[in-house]
Ligand binder design. Sequence first.
Ligand SMILES: Nc1ncnc2c1ncn2[C@@H]1O[C@H](COP(=O)(O)OP(=O)(O)OP(=O)(O)O)[C@@H](O)[C@H]1O
Length: 360
Amino acid sequence: MIISELHLKNFRNYTDLSLNFHPNLNIFVGQNAQGKTNVAESIYFLALTRSHRTHADRELIAWDSKEMTVAGTIIKKNTTVPLEILLNTKGRIVKANHLKEKRLADYIGNLNVIMFAPEDLAIIKGAPSVRRRFIDMEIGQIRPVYLYDLMRYHKTLKERNAYLKFDKTKLDANFLDVLDEQLVEYGEKVISHRQGFIDNLTKISTDLHDKLSQGKEKLDIIYACNVKQDFAAELKSARQKDLFRMQTSVGPHRDDLQFLLNNIDVSNFGSQGQQRTTALSVKLAEIDLIFQETGDYPVLLLDDVMSELDNQRQLDLLSLVIGKTQTFITTTTLDHLQNLPDKMAVFEVKSGEILEKNRD
Ligand SMILES: Nc1ncnc2c1ncn2[C@@H]1O[C@H](COP(=O)(O)OP(=O)(O)OP(=O)(O)O)[C@@H](O)[C@H]1O
């Protein structure tokens, strides 16, 4: 799939911007703080209705405005899909094919994106919540029903946690049983989606990592599921502890991922280079995974990452993606970019204005 057009109104430092993209490669070049990442972020936002770098939606609206719009045209399998998101202080309105979608789960998946950004290292080094967010965003793109199950799980979890804080003398054990049943029902679905996703991701990323490390490193991804075997039984035996601590101690909201290189935990013992290559293998694997699951390649956003890769890694990365996925690169200079294809467009970014420099 490709994104052919993008329109931004009051998105960060863009008052009114319209761009036509090249189907192969688009490079955004400019000095620091001009708005390069903002463009990549707007494409990510159009796909997932969330930013990759902030939870605070308000930050996305231009400082002197109360609302913003991101719109774009997606071309996939010879069909054209217009997408639009309007965001203001009351919330967001999302539209696909000019029709409002009530549920985000029905909207997400229209445009699939994979973003490579400096923040990716946090998937390896950061807190478990970063890895859960990564899993959730990625499965959500491929299987919208996952977002639905996840939302119901979190809603029930919130209710259960609130009930655990109630006056213990008035506690109704039967009511807690009902909440537990629901939590187990949705939780088991979440776990099964995650297990399937991680199994597939592991298969592809292990192969890729083998190539990227010239056969020197074997990458394994372990799903550290918080539920060991039987969610219902584990929840039951944790009940007294949960009542005492007033929060739910068992369930997929405590899941994590572990990355092993030659059986050694990369987060704790890997070098910075190994952590970076692991993140690269995992992200690259997602491209093929999305293709396997949806029959279409996602759009690739490489935000500020090329300068961190040596020539060989740049070559590996570009040779794996160019011609296969529509790619967007942001960079402060074209000088260090090696092995660029002939067919591409270059855009110059300066203080919230974008000028197309050349296109082949
Ligand atoms: N809500 C907003 N309203 C207006 N301007 C904003 C808003 N949010 C960020 N900006 C401006 O956007 C610019 C930053 O843009 P961006 O993060 O895209 O930089 P960049 O070109 O990618 O730079 P770098 O190379 O340093 O990553 C800054 O000038 C910042 O002041």
